[in-house]
Design a protein around this ligand. Structure first.
Ligand code: IMP
Ligand code: MG
Length: 192
């Protein structure tokens, strides 16, 4: 059965998401000219955005992937973040790292990843997030995203990489699910 029956409302259409990738891609291409850009996609949520964004970046760059996991209960993140699959680049010295993320919620995941890359000696670490939920930011979080696709209210969104219970990532747009689809009772280890 189609996933579309579970969607309550579309927030960002395919065309709007393409426009975001174009805007941020050209901004990044300007800002990183003559630098040593390494784009790090946080799996799995950022894959679709990453694929669109990198095709809009016109300067030479390398790409890499990292997997961060945290214990989730339904739609709430606990803040216990760990790296489960590390970069294939072993020495980040000299790289200007741009972390590409699907959504910045409490910010704990990106705080942790930024700290790790800075400690390992990256030349610089900046963040490009497709969506930002500033209202949800944890007080302990100090990082600020340099590139933001769009800001969203405190609502749980799915599609274009973003999941609920690992599903709906393959929707070509971003939207919210009908309330009856959410079941917050399932605690689980979740890959972002
Ligand atoms: P943070 O560490 O709380 O910032 O968690 C960010 C991660 O939580 C994202 O990479 C997503 O995997 C997940 N997340 C937060 N908000 C949403 C949402 O609205 N929809 C889907 N996933 C979300
Ligand atoms: Mg997720």
């Amino acid at each position: 059965m189609s996933m579309l029956k579970d969607i309550q409302k579309v927030f960002f259409s395919k065309e709007e998401l393409e426009a975001i990738a174009r805007r941020l891609g050209s901004q990044i291409s300007r800002d990183y000219e003559n630098r040593n850009l390494l784009i790090v996609s946080v799996l799995k949520g950022s894959v679709i955005f990453m694929a669109d964004l990198m095709r809009n970046i016109t300067i030479p760059c390398k790409i890499d992937f990292i997997t961060a996991s945290s214990y989730h209960a339904g739609t709430e993140s606990s803040g216990n973040v760990s790296v489960t699959d590390d970069l294939s680049v072993k020495d980040v010295h000299g790289y200007d790292i741009l972390i590409v993320e699907d959504i910045l919620d409490t910010g704990r995941t990106l705080q942790k990843l930024s700290d790790i890359f800075a400690r390992k000696g990256a030349n610089s670490v900046t963040i490009c997030t497709l969506l930002d939920k500033p209202e949800r930011r944890d007080k302990s979080v100090k990082i600020k995203p340099t590139y933001i696709g769009a800001t969203v209210e405190n609502e749980f969104v799915v599609g274009y990489g973003l999941d609920y219970d690992q599903k709906y990532r393959n929707l070509p747009f971003i939207g919210i699910l009908k309330p009856e689809v959410y079941d917050n009772t399932n605690a689980q280890e979740e890959t972002h």
